[in-house]
Design a protein around this ligand. Structure first.
Ligand SMILES: CC(C)(COP(=O)(O)OP(=O)(O)OC[C@H]1O[C@@H](n2cnc3c(N)ncnc32)[C@H](O)[C@@H]1OP(=O)(O)O)[C@@H](O)C(=O)NCCC(=O)NCCS
Length: 386
């Protein structure tokens, strides 16, 4: 029976699997009011844990005691160096095609890492935990190698004495970060680490479900995260704010810019969420840390937060749409002097923990992910009919 236009309108929009539960996980819970990693609320983790502790919770499955944490952190740090062939390839890409997006370069780097990993084809729980730690350790080195080559500089050796967050900043800048920089980065990595069946994690799980290897799953995850409706939104949000800043210095008001965006159906980057319709818990936490960073290190950068507040106010007033974590992230990383195209790769340096936890969970209780499609094409016809 064909539906009337009125009936079609009344149905919820289920495109993009909206509102559909498509599997189980013990890694994370996301709902309108809560985000928990293995039962720990995100605000609790951001206030009291370190990124290494969170990585242990996600990958190993429980909160580490002091001894377990030291063993885990030391082991991960010991894997930070990358093979010369991978380093040389990243440097060559930066020299030959500096316009290549760092997410594409990181995807290639992870793919290359698979060729030098003896455990690549081993999907046992033991091998996958080890590969997770190695990927976690090596991704910041890949990011830093690429950025430094783009800056015309030699890569620095990763520093095993630094935390994951501090070492990430060291690899990118070649300077030992202030305590506050390392802390703000650490919190942002905690907030980015995991988010149940988001697009990139789901992609990783689909690949895992075919019995493919962890590096292939992560390459797929990086590809999905790159898009500006997902992880790429942290870069897009900052680019949009720069655009608004430029428009206002040319005489346009923020309100005029926004009304034009609404009229032309332009998406405002860093706003909205499939699940959080009343706000993203992570956004306020990162905004506070970003402002603290400005206060202590870069007071001029507060202007971006003031502009962000104005944009946020108009979005709420006119559309009732809240900012997501990518909105304050863009401003925070900008205040920290991080090049905009590295924002999403930094997201990878954190989300690798969530992806790997899900890949392991998928492999440990696997059935191939193969849903059905509703056919909406031509009726049956004969090839010889014309
Ligand atoms: C995150 C996102 C992809 C969720 O998509 P979604 O679940 O399909 O979106 P919704 O169903 O909630 O959208 C409802 C309405 O709000 C609008 N909307 C949602 N986010 C919007 C935004 N950032 N700017 C302008 N309008 C937006 C939609 O266009 C839609 O309007 P319509 O009913 O007139 O078509 C979407 O909000 C978006 O594109 N945001 C910008 C990119 C971003 O920040 N991504 C990072 C997510 S963490």
């Amino acid at each position: 029976m064909t539906q009337t236009t009125e009936e079609t309108k009344k149905q919820p929009d289920s495109r993009g699997l909206a509102g559909q539960v498509i599997g189980e996980t013990s890694v994370c819970a996301v709902n309108q009011t809560q985000l928990m990693y293995r039962g720990y609320e995100i605000a609790d983790l951001a206030a009291h844990a370190t990124f290494e502790e969170v990585a242990h919770v996600l990958l190993v499955g429980h909160k580490p005691n002091a001894e377990e944490l030291k063993a885990f952190s030391d082991e991960v740090a010991s894997y930070r160096a990358i093979p010369t062939a991978v380093r040389d390839a990243i440097v060559k890409i930066a020299k030959d095609t500096p316009e290549a997006h760092p997410m594409s370069v990181l995807r290639t780097a992870v793919s290359l890492l698979s060729h030098t990993c003896d455990l690549c084809e081993d999907n046992s729980a033991e091998a996958e935990l080890l590969k997770s730690k190695m990927l976690l350790a090596k991704i910041p080195t890949c990011i830093g190698t690429h950025q430094r080559a783009l800056d015309g500089k030699e890569p620095v050796e990763p520093d095993t004495s630094l935390s994951h967050a501090a070492n990430l900043l060291w690899c990118i800048t070649g300077e030992k970060p202030h305590d506050i920089s390392a802390k703000v980065m650490d919190v942002s990595l905690i907030l980015y680490a995991e988010h149940d069946f988001n697009a990139s994690t789901f992609t990783s799980r689909v690949i895992a479900s075919t019995n493919s290897d962890m590096h292939s799953c992560v390459c797929g995850g990086i590809g999905a995260l790159k898009g500006n409706l997902h992880g790429g939104a942290n870069e897009a949000a900052m680019e949009m704010l720069s655009d608004i800043m430029e428009a206002t210095s040319g005489g346009q008001t923020v309100d005029e810019y926004m009304q034009h965006a609404f009229e032309t159906k332009k998406k405002l980057m860093g706003f909205g969420h499939r699940v959080y319709k009343n706000g993203d818990h992570r956004a306020g936490i990162l905004r506070d840390w970003g402002l603290k960073y400005c206060e202590e290190v870069n007071p001029e950068a507060k202007a971006w937060f003031d502009l962000g507040d104005e944009v946020q106010g108009i979005m709420l007033r006119d559309k009732n749409i809240f900012p997501n974590v990518d909105f304050p992230c863009g401003m925070t990383y900008f205040a920290m002097g991080i090049p905009v195209p590295q924002y999403t790769p930094i997201f990878v340096a954190s989300r690798i923990t969530g992806w790997c936890a899900h890949i392991m969970e998928q492999h440990q209780n696997n059935r191939i992910i193969r849903p059905l499609a509703q056919y909406a094409g031509e009726g049956i016809r004969n090839w010889n009919d014309g």
